[in-house]
Design a protein around this ligand. Sequence first.
Ligand code: GAP
Length: 513
Amino acid sequence: MAKQEDQFKKVISHAKEYGYVFQSSEIYDGLSAVYDYAQNGVELKKNIRDYWWKAMVQMHENIVGIDASILMHPNTWKASGHVDAFTDPLIDNKDSKKRYRADVLVEDYCAKIEAKIDKEVAKAQKRFGDSFNKDEFLATNGRVLGYQEKINTILSRLGKSLEKEDLADVKLLIEELAIADPLTGSKNWTDVKQFNLMFGTKLGASAESTMDLYLRPETAQGIFVNFLNVQKTGRMKIPFGIAQTGKAFRNEIVARQFIFRMREFEQMELQFFVKPGTQKEWYNTWKETRLKWHLSLGMGAENYRFHDHEKLAHYADSAADIEFKFPFGFKELEGIHSRTDFDLKAHEDFSGKKLQYFDHQENKSYTPYVVETSIGLDRMFLAVFSNSLQEETLENGTTRTVLKLPAVLAPVKAAILPLVKKDGLPEVAREIMHDLQWDFNVSYDEKDAVGRRYRRQDANGTPFCITVDHDTLQDNMVTIRHRDTMEQKRVPISALKNIIEQEVAVKNWLQKM
Ligand code: GAP
């Protein structure tokens, strides 16, 4: 646990030191759970968004994108159920006066049991060496099975109690498990209460004409209210999808863990409209497709797992999370939800406008069912960033910090370094930079010895360093160094574009899907 916390602290400080993520309004001591993306962060975030957009929108002839507004008519949120049901179960500690999400307290308790399982696995791995079979061990070891059963029993009870809105039982569960306030150790809890997560705001200048609005808590509703506009103007035929990326806002109570849970964050969502009765099939297809998208980035299949929901949201008939192994354990990265016809029907009821699809083949109208894929861009950023940050011990015994970002996502693809700041080398280096700039985001770095510059670029996640030396002036060749292997090769300047392209092209990565 302490090791995990250390690793997470390193992630946060590296993100700041290398210009990826800053605390919002830091000079005023910051705003809790609100963050700004800095010069490198904004590029990484954009590359993740583009990678998603290419795979989800541009590579499908039956999926289009929109960009709906953040402010929507207030009836949207009555129809969607958010006014009544977008709540978290909260509990206060009477001694510390701290407020917690009751379900998170229980989940954290289970995460501690899970850490014990990991410990057993590590111990057995050490004991049995190469002959160790992890799956067999997990399926047969008595102690591990006991831990797993305990987790299943607790989570199943939590799920059922939340579904039945039996908040008294959630409190009882916390008491029975003897869960204490993580900060003070006190077990003096209030009852569990529901708390709405939407941020309210007002539209209009005069007191009589103001309208109470909400900042959208999900981007999905902007798609549902535009369903018919897009279907008609795009002449879309079922099955088809509408995607969008954009900001969402939630007044999260447990807002910790850096950019994992923020109050202002960005989502990348697809609503895929299907014929009623085919939703299960599409739900499975999208689960599989989304996992493949993640795996295409090469961050290790063992770091992902599905978690099928026991407690379903008010709109869903099936739902699963793709969980990722963050520095603080496996947590939700993306949700795949079979949303039935709940949203379109609800907007039809509230707006009085027909939101149906006329199926020419069947010669009838129906309300489509919807399968949704929804991923937090910031959470994906954290997954990529934390997974990439590594400390390596080199052959000569020294260590290096390297940010092994998938090259397709790296903010800066290549740094061009003149060996020295004189003899015409900076001019040639800048010429190379200006030429490569048309195709890639590249940078120029002439400060410090070249070894230090390599380390700086490693820590920054730059896949290539291109060094211009005195020989370059004669032979038009440069040294290209690879971040991960540290291998150096002498290549013609004219070959650079192809070499970089090969490793960073979205096509080459997405084709691994
Ligand atoms: N439209 C469905 C929906 O919003 P959700 O499970 O509430 O479903 C989807 O959110 C995804 O949005 C999550 O899997 C997560 O990646 C991201 N997300 C949700 N709340 C977040 C928060 N407070 N901070 C960062 N990301 C968040």
